[in-house]
Ligand binder design. Structure first.
Ligand code: PFF
Length: 559
């Protein structure tokens, strides 16, 4: 059983604490960077159709069921996805192995996530130091740094980003000139380590309680700034509403620099692309952190009679508010207003949008230094509350399999995590390793894990267990229909998306791996991590003895 180092079982301090921690896990770079980038790259408003479909028919029922699954595992004395799935799967090693998949996935995502977290830290500090913004406060915190070191042209920001992430060649960051990025990455690894080391309540919950209001205040301030901007250039097609139109219209016109219509993107063309459906469904999983181990691990630390359905709905709603309302209003409308639809249409990736296009926008904004700082500081805080949740499943697994104290497990997990971050930091040419990790682990794997998790919940653990678990401690009427939705709607829907995508796109993805040595090395690393986690899963199922809690595994509904 997972215990504090002094031998008592770990729990969240309060119901609000767990909701903030799970919301903190959900609200992150995925909301403010990945989501607008995905929308821009996948047909604008048309992307929102599969997105909303996935939210309603997969994410909400799955999140509720995963919370119930997690709390059940916690009552059986397990906190890692391996242990939780193992107990719900009738103590069959096979289901422990599925848990290995959802333990290793967030762990690997965490390896590149801290790297991006470090970019946010660097950008926030550079704004504070007066390096990145041409207008505004014009003061510098750093001695010797002239407040006028900002860039006069768009290419300056692109070069700054390239140098920060070492995009020119593999190993570029491992030189003295570029060591700032590595130092910032180490600082982020250290912060994550310290918070997981302090434990669920004293580390994770404490930090999320402090950071959540700050994130909210920064986000609202940036939104108000964007909404109240007038069309700065006066060129047609560059108002706030045009920005919203780019983001939300299912079919949209393609405009040139002077605002004339040159083409039209049709909603049906977008909807017939299986890649768009996969991207939308994966975005939902990534964003709410479901089927990625984090939610069920966090839920396993709630009190045996803590509410499940209410907490799940509260954290999903918070995430959607931050993603659709905040993430959707911030970046793209601002970019359209300042740079125009041509630049906006050319967002090559979420990174280009966040780290090149937006600094350009802040560069043109009055008080750009202040807004730039606020935006990247917000990203940095939101990233930390997410990345700690990626480590925790592995920390719990080490505690359960190797009987390590929480402190030692945190040290071991952070050390291994740093190894993977090292791989990502080395293969930086065109962000090769990061892209491979992101596609296979954050896009493709969650959908496969979700299908397997649905089988576990609906057909192995069973509807009756799920219903009783939902009823236990329920403060709102438990949404029992989730069982039927999961079985008869979500499950076939996810199968369809994976098969449709596999049929149309798998060939080209596999070819990319065949052609690229970096992709092969990155996939080998992912494979190795999976094998190690599987080995731990086997150890857990072999070593696990019945504990007193397990005599009481099946929840009885509230009278
Ligand atoms: N939901 C986080 C975000 O939107 O940035 C990312 C994330 C957190 C993914 C936790 C996976 C995970 F286990």
């Amino acid at each position: 059983m997972s215990r504090k180092s002094n031998g008592t079982r770990e729990n969240w301090g309060s119901q609000l604490g767990v909701i903030l921690a799970v919301s903190g896990s959900a609200v992150g770079l995925g909301n403010f960077l990945r989501f607008p980038g995905q929308v821009a790259n996948n047909g604008g408003g048309a992307f929102m159709i599969p997105y909303v479909v996935s939210l309603l028919i997969v994410a909400i029922p799955m999140a509720t069921a995963e919370w119930a699954l997690g709390r059940f595992g916690g009552r059986c004395g397990f906190h890692s996805p391996v242990g939780i799935y193992y107990s719900a799967g009738g103590r069959k090693a096979l289901w422990g192995a599925l848990g290995a998949l959802t333990t290793v996935a967030p762990f690997i995502i965490g390896m590149y996530y801290v790297f991006i977290e470090a970019w946010c830290l660097i950008y926030a500090l550079q704004y504070l130091g007066g390096v990145l913004a041409p207008l505004g406060l014009r003061f510098s915190l750093f001695q010797g740094v002239d407040a006028g070191l900002f860039f006069e042209d768009a290419a300056g920001y692109e070069n700054f980003f390239g140098a920060t992430v070492g995009i020119a060649k593999d190993g570029a960051l491992f030189t003295q000139a570029a060591s700032t990025t590595l130092l910032a990455t180490l600082a982020c690894v250290w912060i994550n380590f310290r918070l997981t080391y302090r434990g669920v309540s004293r580390g994770i919950e404490w930090f999320c309680k402090m950071a959540s209001p700050l994130i909210l205040v920064c986000a609202i301030a940036v939104i108000i700034r964007v909404i109240t901007l007038d069309n700065p250039s006066g060129i047609p097609g560059r108002s706030f509403l045009d920005g919203l139109g780019f983001m939300w219209n299912p079919s949209r016109n393609v405009l040139n620099e002077s605002g004339e219509v040159v083409d039209r993107i049709n909603v049906w063309t977008t909807l017939c692309d299986p890649g768009v459906w996969l991207a939308a469904t994966s975005q939902i999983f990534f964003s709410i952190s479901i089927c990625l181990g984090a939610v069920c691990t966090y839920a396993s630390y709630i009190q045996p009679r803590g509410d499940v359905a209410l907490s799940s709905l509260a954290s999903t709603a918070t995430n959607e508010l931050c993603e659709v309302a905040f993430g959707g209003l911030m970046s793209i409308p601002a970019a359209i207003m300042f740079l125009g639809p041509v630049a906006a249409g050319g967002f090559a990736s979420s990174f280009a949008l966040g780290f090149v296009v937006l600094p350009n926008v802040f560069g043109l904004m009055p008080l750009g230094q202040f807004w730039g700082f606020l935006f990247f500081f917000l990203l940095f805080l939101a990233a930390i509350t997410s990345s700690i949740s990626m480590l925790q499943p592995m920390v719990a697994l080490f505690q359960e399999t190797l009987s390590l104290t929480r402190e030692r497990s945190a040290l071991l997990s952070s050390g291994l995590n740093m190894l993977g971050t090292g791989v990502v930091c080395w293969f930086t040419f065109n962000l090769g390793a990061l892209d491979v990790f992101d596609f296979w682990v954050a896009n493709f794997l969650p959908l496969v894990a979700a299908i397997l998790q649905t089988i576990l919940i609906c057909f192995v653990w069973g509807s009756t267990s799920l219903r009783s678990e939902l009823a236990l401690g329920a403060r709102i009427k438990p949404p029992y229909f989730v069982v039927n939705i999961l079985k008869f709607v979500s499950f076939p829907y996810m199968l369809l998306v994976v098969l449709f995508w596999g049929w149309r796109n798998m060939g080209s993805r596999v070819q990319e791996v065949v052609d690229s040595r970096v992709a092969q090395a990155s996939l080998a690393f992912i494979g190795l991590s999976l094998v190690l986690t599987l080995a731990l899963a086997i150890v857990l199922s072999k070593r696990r003895q019945k504990t007193p809690d397990e005599n009481n595994e099946t929840a009885s509904p509230e009278p």
